[in-house]
Design a binder for this molecule. Structure first.
Ligand SMILES: Nc1ncnc2c1ncn2[C@@H]1O[C@H](COP(=O)(O)OP(=O)(O)OC[C@H]2O[C@@H]([n+]3cccc(C(=O)O)c3)[C@H](O)[C@@H]2O)[C@@H](O)[C@H]1O
Ligand SMILES: Nc1ncnc2c1ncn2[C@@H]1O[C@H](COP(=O)(O)OP(=O)(O)OP(=O)(O)O)[C@@H](O)[C@H]1O
Ligand SMILES: NC(=O)CC[C@H](N)C(=O)O
Length: 659
């Protein structure tokens, strides 16, 4: 039997997009003479409809659209499995509808709901009781729903819907399907991307096929579906512990269909030893996921591009490279024409000229908007697209990036030449429009106003945080204005480590509408940039890779660095992980750290642990206010997706005193 899985890039309640992708997958499958096609979990509505799954009308509408899908399933030799919600007597079930030759054979229902990390399924869905079935009517037709086994071309098959397969063996539907003569298990999934997670999924599918001696067909959703979570579109086909098919993950296409043939009439030996996957390259994985997430966000938000306050530090440089990589990887996979069309930001003329001549048409010089007489550092650096960076012409990818990314360095008297040059070099390297202006007048203006109101001078000795924060805040209005005027998304550069301890100024450097790297820790950001300079070929990163992270909010002679204000980033990251991923108590965190770290005094470690918990507790409100962020690592601190914590709390007072 020819089995296929199709990864689809869906969007919640974007019916036309979702139907188009489903139709395209069915058409491709028919053309390839596929006999059984698995589409991802809830692909008709989108997986991320959230509380809409509790609305009667949504499931009604889905059943209505399903009638269209039926009409595309005209091949008597092909079964198509389509995911959609079914709402019966006020309960919503997460189902896969099996269609053959326009006939609905039944709705298999999910038995175990995902309720960890980014998944909140029990809020929306009711789990189906194993071993039971039911019926319901729609427009005069009666349908079967529940724990069903199907047969097609002599092959018996049943379902595990995503989380069903992640449960202990005693729960897994596979264990009950096997005695019912099932030879094939079909798994439509919506399994979020996280670095290295493909390995877990691979083991799950391979071991499932080995332990239950079945063929296993797995198809995941694809892309940044609804804003935060990205799906990697993994397709896996395995039999008796052996891999038959695995695709390239994180495609920029809307439909990624993969198929393979399995001869069910022939017995094959069961492989006990699962061949391991090569260790996933997390830097590369992150790059692909971040790029795809940015691309989908951009086009689904129908935005014109991105604006970024580029400090030349690690976080903002990573965001700039992320946009450039979005262009490079998108063009590499889709080709220039399709990339430009899909991005939705280029005219027909742009596309025609880009395809024919390898450059964008007559980009007029973009005049520097900002000037200041306050020193040599402050000047506008802006290259017309068709001209040069350094002495070379911009490549087409740089020209495309230039259309999609505008950056601004916003210096103060506390900024260094190093960060300015770093920002400029990164912007030039990726091709972005780059402005530079200073904000000292604005800082002085606000400071003066408050000094007058209070009737006293503000000094670094007495008003340190206030004087830091006003600088970060004053950067927000102009960069927002630049985003508004160009109809662009303002990127905020927060990372997970600073979110953990609130090392940011609210309404200052947190200003923005999308926060691409807030799920990634700072130590990883720094390592990733070193990798990107060498492996992706961004020489513009050389300077930032030799800078110590600094906020540059205090006078330069203070030599402020993040790690001096806080603690070394690898330690901060470790404490955060032990405390909120492994869920240890402060005492346990300190003990584990003591056992792991030998170059830091015990008293110093205790101070770090105390500082971490105090800052963590005090700054929950800030985490509540971050712009929507991407989920990229195996956990994040976003209270709206992975980690909830009280805004007001006792702040671990007793626990920290007892350390
Ligand atoms: N529970 C709570 N709910 C609501 N609001 C709460 C609150 N607790 C304090 N607040 C309020 O929060 C305000 C203070 O917060 P906020 O003004 O954001 O600032 P704050 O947290 O006081 O200080 C910002 C920190 O971030 C660092 N920073 C800032 C900017 C950039 C960078 C960088 O790395 O580049 C670093 C800076 O060095 C400083 O250590 C106060 O007005 C306080 O009343
Ligand atoms: N001089 C600056 N020009 C433009 N934006 C700035 C400047 N200084 C800070 N910002 C903005 O504030 C953000 C927060 O600063 P932060 O220091 O946390 O990050 P970073 O400078 O990118 O990295 P690092 O902390 O490694 O130096 C920056 O990413 C940037 O968006
Ligand atoms: N949609 C789901 O059921 C996803 C659950 C599963 N734990 C995963 O992360 O892949």
């Amino acid at each position: 039997m020819r089995l296929a899985g199709a990864a689809l890039n869906q969007t919640p309640i974007d019916w036309q997009n979702n139907l188009r992708n489903i139709q395209e997958a069915i058409q491709q499958a028919q053309d390839a003479q596929v006999e059984l096609l698995c589409l991802p979990e809830l692909c008709l509505t989108g997986y991320g409809c959230e509380d809409l799954f509790l609305h009667d009308w949504l499931s009604e509408a889905a059943l209505g659209y399903l009638q269209q899908v039926r009409q595309w399933c005209t091949d008597p030799n092909m079964v198509v499995c389509v995911g959609l919600p079914v709402r019966l007597s006020g309960q919503t079930y997460n189902t896969a509808c099996v269609i053959r030759n326009r006939e609905v054979l039944g709705f298999a229902a999910k038995q175990f709901l995902a309720n960890d990390g980014v998944h909140y399924e029990p809020r929306f869905f009711t789990s189906w009781r194993p071993g039971t079935t039911g019926t319901f009517s729609y427009q005069g037709e009666e349908y079967t729903i529940g724990d069903l086994v199907f047969e097609h071309l002599g092959v018996r098959f049943g379902f595990e819907i995503c989380e069903d397969a992640w449960r202990p063996a005693a729960d897994r539907p596979a264990g009950r399907l096997k005695p019912r003569g099932v030879q094939l298990i079909v798994n439509p999934s919506a399994s979020h991307f996280a670095m290295s997670k493909t390995d877990v999924r691979y083991q799950l599918v391979l071991k499932g096929s080995r332990d239950y001696q079945v063929t296993y067909l797995y198809a995941n959703l694809l892309g940044n579906e609804a804003g935060r979570i990205t799906y990697d579109g993994e397709i896996l086909i395995a039999r008796n512990g052996q891999l038959i098919k695995r695709n390239q993950l994180l495609s920029f296409k809307n439909v990624d269909l993969e198929y393979a043939d399995v001869d069910f009439s022939r017995e094959t030996a069961v492989t006990q030893e699962i061949t391991p996957l090569p260790t996933p390259d997390e830097y590369r994985e992150l790059n692909q996921a971040l790029s795809l997430a940015l691309f989908d966000y951009l086009r689904k938000a129908r935005s014109k591009g991105f604006v970024l306050s580029l400090s030349g530090g690690a976080d903002s440089c990573m965001c700039a490279v992320g946009v450039a990589e979005m262009v490079r990887l998108g063009v590499q996979e889709l080709g220039v024409e399709e990339f430009m069309r899909k991005a939705g930001n280029f005219s027909d003329d742009d596309i025609r000229v880009a395809v024919a001549q390898g450059q964008l048409p007559g980009a007029a010089p973009i005049e520097a908007a900002a000037t200041s007489d306050a020193g040599t550092r402050v000047q506008a650096v802006s290259h017309p697209a068709e001209q040069v960076t350094g002495h070379e012409r911009l490549t087409l990818n740089q020209q495309l990036t230039r259309r999609l990314l505008t950056c601004a360095y916003q210096g103060t008297v506390n900024s260094s030449d190093d960060t300015y040059l770093s920002a400029k070099e990164v912007a030039e390297n990726v091709g972005a429009v780059f402005f530079s202006w200073d904000i000292d007048q604005e800082v002085k203006g606000y400071t003066h106003k408050i000094e007058q109101a209070l009737g006293r001078e503000l000094t670094w000795k007495t008003d340190d945080l206030t004087l830091q924060n006003i600088q970060a805040r004053v950067r927000a209005p102009s960069i927002w204005m630049l985003a508004n005027v160009q109809n662009c998304l303002l990127i905020t550069t927060s990372n997970r480590s600073e979110a953990a301890v609130g090392y940011c100024t609210m309404d200052g450097d947190t200003a923005g509408s999308i926060s691409p790297i807030a799920g990634v820790d700072k130590a990883f950001v720094k390592q990733w940039l070193v990798w990107a300079e060498a492996e992706l070929g961004y020489p513009g990163l050389h300077r930032v890779n030799n800078l110590a992270p600094t906020a540059e909010l205090r006078p330069l002679e203070d030599k402020q660095t993040d790690e001096r204000d806080l603690m070394p980033y690898p330690l901060l990251n470790r404490i955060e992980r032990l405390a909120f991923y492994e869920r240890l108590s402060p005492q346990q965190v300190l003990e584990r750290l003591g056992a792991e770290v030998d170059n830091v005094e015990a008293e110093q470690l205790k101070t770090y642990v105390q500082r971490f918990y105090q800052l963590w507790s005090r700054n929950q409100w800030k985490r509540e206010r971050y712009a929507p962020s991407f989920h990229l690592d195996d956990y994040n601190l976003d209270p709206r997706s992975w980690l909830r914590f009280p805004i007001l709390s006792g702040g671990f007072a007793d626990e920290l005193k007892a350390l």
